[in-house]
Design a protein around this ligand. Sequence first.
Ligand SMILES: Nc1nc2c(ncn2[C@@H]2O[C@H](COP(=O)(O)OP(=O)(O)OP(=O)(O)O)[C@@H](O)[C@H]2O)c(=O)[nH]1
Ligand SMILES: [Mg+2]
Length: 422
Amino acid sequence: MNENHAEKLAERAILCGVHRDLPDPLEDTTDETIAELRELAATAGAEVAGIMIQNKDHPETAAYFGEGKLEELKAAIADTEANLLIFDDELTGSQIRNIEDITGVRVIDRSTLILDIFASRARSKEGKIQVELAQLRYSLPRLAGLGTQLSRLGGGIGTRGPGETKLESDRRHIHRRIEALENELKEVERHRGLLKSRREKDGVVTAALVGYTNAGKSTLMNRLTGSDIFAADMLFATLDPTVRALELSDGRNAVIVDTVGFIRKLPHHLIRAFRSTLEEAAEADVLLHVIDAADPEMQNHINVADALLEELGCKAGRIIAVFNKCDAAPPLSPRPRGNYTDFVSVSAATGEGLDRLMDVLEDALPGKKREVSLLFPYADSGEAARLHDTEVILSEDYTDAGIKMRILADAAVYAKVKKWEA
Ligand SMILES: Nc1nc2c(ncn2[C@@H]2O[C@H](COP(=O)(O)OP(=O)(O)OP(=O)(O)O)[C@@H](O)[C@H]2O)c(=O)[nH]1
Ligand SMILES: [Mg+2]
């Protein structure tokens, strides 16, 4: 395909939303969700040709906008040569069909767009199954409206996934496919469960990075573990959970999990499909909730992440708020509201604050070992020798008074050797 051809095919989108007149102006986040929709569109490769907002309590049942607004929309499409409409709220099948009939332009909604981005990002078998499941469950109640889209082949937004397998409008076929995918997913989850219980048995402690998309989770993970995970200024750069070994100063075995980012209005089919992946993160011993402190929307992002973690039944003992990008952020005052026990300011980019983050994290992870000085009289030298088999010995001296030792001990070991503490 030559460049001109590609240019002609490029998606030119008009973003559409409803501005609700809410009593509390702070609750009205239309501007922000539209700004985010713009970023989502860009991430999916569409050019934004215009924005159309109607002031209204609720979208209309028939075609989302009222009649007058639809006329305006048609004029805007003609003016801008837009070939795609992206709606900020989930549409029903009949809304999609009606708007497409009226405007003659393809219609998708925020959820389809997010699912589409996820489809292009999924690399692992599990990720691919999860995204396809979410797409199928999303399309089922909308088959009437999506009929033309599902049969459409091609690389455009909203056409990846089920469309490529030509599912057409056969509901039974989709139900069968959903069932098959669910079974496959169970098998993959079982395997992951085995790996997880193996880690538990080996006494490996886990920390998980969670937080709004683009907060800097992967950048931080790379910094802390010296690895090379894809990090980029785009939404949902990470989709598949990645586990890396994390070195702790007391030699405990630890891993850190990087995971998919959160976003406002995350399609609930997607949450359902990704539940087990997200729950694995939520079940870590400690959560690092990474927050982009340089984003003016910081407080809203914290609220969205907290709500999602609650919905996932987050079981982590400790949540540490990691205010990232402090190199580019104003000072944190007042202290942001949120569900966290400790907080640290860092810059994953410059490395500032990372030593303190590691200190706080090491304290929060279970089984923290600390240095203990011991003195064993020679009569107890058998006890001293036994420590060599299981513990980290920092130094050992044979003195007149007995064997002097410095060891790293967790709480259980400390209880056993306390009586020889020097
Ligand atoms: N200025 C600054 N930029 C940062 C910092 N940390 C990360 N970034 C940038 O923020 C953007 C997003 O970083 P990622 O690490 O991909 O963010 P993420 O949270 O993994 O995002 P998703 O995987 O999409 O959920 C990238 O462009 C990073 O370079 C920081 O401390 N300071
Ligand atoms: Mg990432």
